[in-house]
Design a protein around this ligand. Structure first.
Ligand SMILES: Cc1cc2nc3c(=O)[nH]c(=O)nc-3n(C[C@H](O)[C@H](O)[C@H](O)COP(=O)(O)O)c2cc1C
Length: 394
């Protein structure tokens, strides 16, 4: 797991969104991170230090405690990452000017770990030239800013300023932690058509060629992800990923379940047979015996994995329909708890190009007619690297 045994210093400053950090700390701890919380003096008016202590199982630091001068250096040295969430307008100003009148700002100055800042405030405060000037300075210091969400704010304004959901923040932490290492994280991709044996020579299958899955694997490798392909067909030799060969839906499901836990995303491109033969034979059946075959429903792999999905993980499905494709895809997203579904049509089978719609769980849609390589790149950008962009990384 990416966050397992990682030391995260969470600085909480005095904004209304501070209450959300109790759940954030709980989620990070459940993912195996060692979270040390440091509150600004004002933050403890917005969130209970006791709740944070219970969730993190660590001592909580706040303000500038007497007699604890050394702790900020220890924390700064041991940190794998420092996150300030929510960051108030006031704290952005302090960070932009190197002020260190509270322990959390000492830590930011003293650490060599990446610093991620998630501002949250009233939309006018966010757009104020002074806030914008501070953000510009923070970018120069290599701090990563997670842009606030837009919507109805606690102050009653509608605009940009909400603290993004915890899963987005966790995703950004994982990305930042992986930035220095070669890999940005692990992406699991299923490829090809499953085969369900009828007898020693016959099987049930479909037309899936694996080309879309292989294009995704190539693009993901180019973008520095670790790729694990679970494939029913031979993977082209230029794809230097880990490969697990399977044949049936059950084998594919078992392989994906094993690999899913520490993956950032599963892109389920493989076309899985809906049914298998209940009374298949190891021998070749005679023609007249074929009419006795009984079908048995295969496991729904995406549904099975959705049950174990953690909030920061992405599940992306593919669907091919000849009618009512959009409506069917919308209901699949809900039923299977997917983050996105790629709607294909039958002409995509075996082709180098495709006409697709990327449909996301928030109902955003994007239509694309292009080569599978370009489609693969866009799927990664849109569905994995996601809408909430870090404003600046360098
Ligand atoms: C009810 C209330 C809610 C506030 N919410 C925010 C907020 O969401 N974002 C922000 O930048 N400031 C907010 N403020 C203002 C900050 O609390 C104030 O600037 C404070 O000095 C911040 O302290 P700190 O940055 O040292 O934690 C709020 C103030 C009050 C009274």
């Amino acid at each position: 797991m990416f966050l397992k045994n990682k030391t995260i210093i969470l600085g909480i400053t005095g904004g209304i969104a501070a209450y959300k950090t109790v759940d954030l700390v709980s989620q990070l701890t459940k993912l195996g991170a060692n979270v040390h919380v440091c509150l600004s003096k004002n933050a403890s008016k917005f969130v209970s230090p006791l709740s944070l202590e219970v969730m993190s199982t660590n001592k909580i630091y706040s303000g500038q405690e007497q007699g604890e001068e050394i702790d900020h250096i220890k924390l700064a040295d041991n940190a794998d990452i420092v996150l300030i969430a929510p960051a108030t307008a006031n704290s952005l100003a302090k960070l932009a000017n190197g002020l260190s009148d509270e322990m959390i700002f000492d830590i930011v100055l003293a650490t060599k770990a990446p610093v991620i800042i998630a501002p949250a405030m009233n939309s006018n405060m966010w757009q104020h030239p002074s806030t914008l000037a501070n953000l510009e300075k923070l970018e120069k210091f290599n701090y990563q800013i997670i842009e606030p969400d837009s919507g109805l704010l606690a102050c009653g304004h509608i605009g940009q300023g909400r603290l993004p959901d915890n899963e987005i923040i966790i995703q950004k932490l994982i990305q930042a932690l992986n930035q220095n290492s070669k890999s940005k994280g692990k992406i699991l991709i299923s490829a090809g058509a499953t085969r369900e044996a009828i007898d020693a020579v016959r099987f049930i299958s479909n037309k899936s060629s694996g080309k879309m899955a292989f294009a995704l694997a190539r693009e993901a490798l180019k973008a520095n992800y670790e790729v694990v392909l679970v494939s029913t067909i031979e993977v082209p030799s230029d794809i230097k990923s880990q490969i697990i060969y399977v044949e049936t839906a059950d084998e594919m499901c078992a392989a994906l379940k094993k690999e899913f836990d520490d993956s950032q995303a599963l892109i389920m491109v493989a076309a899985v047979a809906d049914y298998k033969i209940k009374n298949s034979s190891d021998q070749k059946l005679a023609k007249n015996e074929l009419s006795n075959l009984e079908l048995e429903k295969n496991i729904d792999i995406l549904e099975a994995l959705a049950a174990t999905k953690q909030a920061h993980q992405k599940l992306i499905g593919f669907s091919v329909e000849t009618n009512d494709a959009l409506e069917k895809a919308k209901s699949k997203i809900k039923k299977k708890n997917l983050d996105a579904i790629i709607i294909n049509n039958t002409s995509a089978f075996g082709a180098d190009t495709a006409d697709i719609i990327i449909l996301k769980k928030d109902n955003q849609q994007e239509t694309l007619s292009a080569s599978k390589n370009i489609i693969a790149k866009r799927i990664l950008e849109s569905c994995i690297e996601n809408s909430h962009d870090i404003i600046s990384v360098v």
